[in-house]
Design a binder for this molecule. Structure first.
Ligand code: TRP
Length: 77
């Protein structure tokens, strides 16, 4: 069942390092578009999964992103 598949999907964590960080969910399937934008202020954390509806995530703004593949930050300096 699809639900079981996504219940086992790892979570990823986004921690905002500045106000106004956008975590944007992109749709799964042949039509790739934004379906949800979550705005985080400095220090706020979002914990989410890839789902039946979300196959990719774009993070705009300075943040730390943790996944099962490791941790990455787009902070430049
Ligand atoms: N309703 C969305 C979904 O089930 C919620 C969601 C899950 C989401 N992961 C996300 C939204 C990542 C933005 C980014 O797919």
């Amino acid at each position: 069942m699809k639900e079981d598949l996504f219940n086992k999907t790892d979570f990823f964590v986004v921690k905002a390092l500045e106000d106004g960080v956008n975590v944007i969910g992109l749709t799964r399937g042949s039509d790739t578009r934004f379906h949800h934008t979550e705005k985080l202020d400095k220090g706020e954390i979002m914990i989410a999964q890839f789902t039946e509806h979300t196959s990719a995530v774009k993070v705009r703004g300075k943040a730390i992103i943790q996944t099962s593949h490791g941790e990455i930050s787009n902070e430049t300096e």
